[in-house]
Write a protein that binds this ligand. Structure first.
Ligand SMILES: Nc1nc2c(ncn2[C@@H]2O[C@H](COP(=O)(O)OP(=O)(O)O)[C@@H](O)[C@H]2O)c(=O)[nH]1
Ligand SMILES: [Mg+2]
Length: 436
């Protein structure tokens, strides 16, 4: 269904729902300027206006009644976002006006755009590849500085360039292998195949390592504070947030429910989860909280395991692997020493910068050192498949290696979208909102 319907003209409200100063209805397709002209009255008609100009005028509904005043921006193919003729109608950002204006445009001959259809058209017109289209999606949804930066890089084509370099290496090796099959007596040395393939494998591994970081940066990470009662969980939550979100008392078992707070930590949007202290208890409400805390620990991207540094240690059991050990109350005299523990104080603030840095390193790992990250699960899956084929090619005889290299190239070209089925496109673009 994706490739059909490209000859028609589509329209949608492109600004977010709700009231705003300005709202935009976008119209794209061969009839865009004519359709816009049927709902817009200005000094000239959009269809006779030069590309890159805007008109001031009035918007009218189907009955010819005044809807609003505003602007009509005129773009002509191929110099527009979609590569088609585009009219952008800017009215006041009133949901009522925009709804009516869109209805008027639809009865003037446009069809309602599907989610992501403007960007799909840009992709089909060759104005961007699939990594750039996905970067648009990530940019629109970016909730953190890191996510925004990565999306902007993706949009600039940096990820495509990185993939292209890997493709070049694999293609060169494939030609060498094929030449060897045609002229076996020439005997291309083994090293001529292994060197470039090792390089391609290393580049792919580095990119794959960024896949999780990319997802955490765009979707955010859940961080659970786990520990015995009075370990200082709620105090640490408040210290990281910079305000009193959670109740702190010297009475063990104060936090019986769990609570969440949002903050951006190390460029990643995080949900901090404060939980009930882990202990055996006869209080049925507190016991429910303890069960909940263990479940929250299991579901978190990272667990901070807090232990009171000023009291003798009591081991906590049943926590997920990979939890960060935090020794709290560093402003008091330490009752135990463990080189693995990070000492922090919610009172003096000591150790908090180190904690933030450790969280960043643990979640993003080496990805922090890579310039471009993979931007979607789809890209990650394809990169993993490409790596498998490259690795297989390293161990196989020439005729079979050639097949693996072709498969690797196929997977790589899926990332930039040179080689994808319609169902892949549908899956990508259906994640967009209408109007993008
Ligand atoms: N001196 C000191 N006391 C702390 C620190 N963090 C928490 N406390 C105290 O330890 C007690 C328990 O703290 P709380 O945050 O409620 O622990 P939770 O039960 O793990 O949530 C309270 O009396 C806090 O004032 C700290 O960094 N330094
Ligand atoms: Mg608490």
């Amino acid at each position: 269904m994706t490739r059909l319907g490209l000859s028609d003209t589509i329209a949608a409200v492109s600004t977010a729902p709700g009231s705003a100063g300005v709202g935009i209805v976008r119209v794209s397709g061969p009839q865009a300027l004519e359709v816009a002209g049927r709902v817009f009255r200005g000094r000239r008609a959009p269809a006779t206006t030069a590309a890159g100009r805007f008109l001031y005028g009035h918007f009218l509904d189907e009955a010819g009644e005044l809807l609003d005043e505003g602007l009509c921006l005129v773009f002509r193919a191929p110099h527009s976002y979609t590569g088609e003729d585009v009219a952008e109608l800017q009215s006041h950002g009133s949901p009522a006006v925009l709804r009516h204006l869109l209805a008027a445009i639809l009865s003037a001959g446009a069809r309602a755009a599907r989610p992501g259809e403007f960007t799909l058209r840009a992709y089909l017109a060759g104005r961007m590849d699939l990594t750039q289209a996905e970067a648009v999606l990530n940019l629109v949804g970016a909730q953190s500085e890191t996510a925004r930066k990565q999306a902007t890089l993706g949009l600039s084509g940096a990820l495509s360039a990185r993939i292209g370099a890997i493709q070049d290496g694999v293609t060169r090796t494939l030609s060498a292998v094929q030449a060897m099959l045609d002229y076996p007596e020439e005997g291309v040395p083994q090293e001529e195949r292994q060197g470039p393939l090792r390089a391609a494998g290393a580049q792919l591994s580095a990119l794959i390592a960024t896949g999780r970081a990319g997802q955490l940066a765009s979707q955010g990470a859940r961080l659970a504070l786990i520990g015995a009662p009075n370990a200082g969980k709620s105090s640490l939550l408040n210290a990281l947030l910079g305000y009193e979100r959670s109740i702190v008392t010297p009475i063990p078992g104060t936090t019986r429910d769990y609570l969440e707070a949002q903050l951006e930590l190390a460029g990643v949007p995080m949900t901090l989860v404060d939980t009930a202290g882990l202990r055996d208890t006869f209080d049925s409400i507190e016991a429910a909280g303890v069960r909940q805390a263990r479940a929250l620990a299991g579901a978190a991207d990272l667990v901070l395991r807090l232990e009171d540094g000023s009291r003798p240690r009591e081991p906590l059991e049943g926590l997920p692997q990979g939890a960060l050990l935090i020794q709290t109350k560093a402003d008091l005299e330490a009752a135990w020493h463990d080189p693995a523990a990070l000492r922090v104080s919610a009172v003096s603030g000591e150790g908090l910068p180190e904690l933030r840095e450790r969280v960043r390193l643990t979640l993003l790992g080496d990805a922090g050192r890579q310039e471009v990250w993979l931007g979607s699960q789809r890209q990650l899956d394809a990169a993993r498949r490409a790596l498998e084929h490259v690795r297989a090619a390293q161990t196989l005889p020439d005729d079979l290696a050639g097949f693996e290299l072709e498969e690797a190239l196929h997977a790589l070209s899926e990332i930039s979208g040179r080689n994808v089925q319609d169902d892949v496109l549908d899956a990508v673009f259906s994640n967009f909102c209408v109007g993008k």
